[in-house]
Design a protein around this ligand. Sequence first.
Ligand code: GLN
Length: 488
Amino acid sequence: MIEQSLPALAKALATKEISSVELTQLYLDRIARHNPQLNAFITVDPARSLAQAHAADARLARGEGGPLTGIPIAHKDIFCTQGWLTTCASKMLSNFISPYDAAVITRFKAAGAVLLGKTNMDEFAMGSSNETSFFGPVKNPWNLTCVPGGSSGGSAAAVAARLAPAATGTDTGGSIRQPAALCNLTGMKPTYGVVSRYGMIAFASSLDQAGPLGRSAADCAVLLNSMAGFDERDSTSLDRPGEDYSREINAVTDGQPLAGLKIGLPAEFFGDGCSPEVMQLVEQAIAGYRKLGAETVAIRLPSMGLSVAAYYVIAPAEASSNLARFDGVRYGHRAPDYQDLNEMYSRSRAQGFGAEVKRRILIGTYVLSHGYYDAYYLQAQRIRRLIASDFAEAFRQCDVIIGPTSPSTAFKLGEKAADPVQMYLSDIYTIAVNLAGLPAISLPCGFAGGLPAGLQLIGNYFSEARLLNVAHRYQQANAWHLQSPAEL
Ligand code: GLN
């Protein structure tokens, strides 16, 4: 059961081969057994999950089930969940029980999915290794001495270790795609505005986007079908006609399913900076795509090299503003001792935030301050525009852009923790996508030294169904995504 796809689980539930209560209990047992080692979950609440499973079984018995009814799904602890602890992996919110549900949670509830638990992450989603969590690092199920990637590392580790059939994540600069790559999963960052940010704790609002993490592109399509949609409570949510993201996956194809597809190979993705082992696997995957009928074209993304620098001005600037709300007044951590209001604020924040979050707040406040705004923030915004124009130009020559997701396979716990710049470079291939607001997907493309590597596909705005299809056709012809780590 634990190796099944979401459609297979839905079928098993519909035919009463298994009940939602049994399926949920199976995963709760696995969490109880393996989570002490992995630390993938911050909160599990078996009684609540099983109550939802009972309700799902009743709905299934009435014949009112949908593709996710009764299936347990793990959610990153950045999504507010009514009645559940919602910490964002920070001491600041370590006592915060959300009074309301994020839009994503409401949508999964409406679909009848079971909330299996809240997953560990980097504090306020700032990081690439899950080591900045107040609740301790997450281990990579492929090698317990390695990181699972971040910031959605708990979600990735949980799905890879089969403690959950699928999970949600959020991606501000790569936090769905990079952990997917490091844990042998498929993960998608949708076009900015496709999934509502309502109730998703804000890091950098103009970059943050929620998306699915699953074992295949087909599973991600099922998840995205439930997550996407207009929400008037998020002013950047896009009011577009509903889409079935599985439609191209389910379409019948012949021997050359990707005939006519033009794949762009940006020179900037194939130079220095990527480990030779990962690059070799990426090249093999490109050869695989040619066999499926795709043709490749050389393209350029000339401003790509500036993306990490621009991101580390814009994201901290927005974070410094978003995190101003955590002041110890209405909710969250409050310092026990203080003399006056100012000391209450400063002590609560000094105690509540970890080192990386403080670093971002300081950088962000600095780049927005009088005299530096023009030199840093405005320049970064200009670069952001150039990066978006690069992609617009590239998509005149190709349908999708291909490259590595991460420059290396999973690195050792502690290896980069002391060097923020090395850590920031983990996202060198993912960040430009967020700056441009484009959709992108990471999918497994092989192993180096026993650790998985990820292939990234980037599409034009609203090409999610196309991207999922291009990933799915590869997964029909190659079985990397079906490999699971050894039982712990
Ligand atoms: N690693 C990047 C950062 O630390 C991206 C994080 C994310 O996508 N949430 O900001």
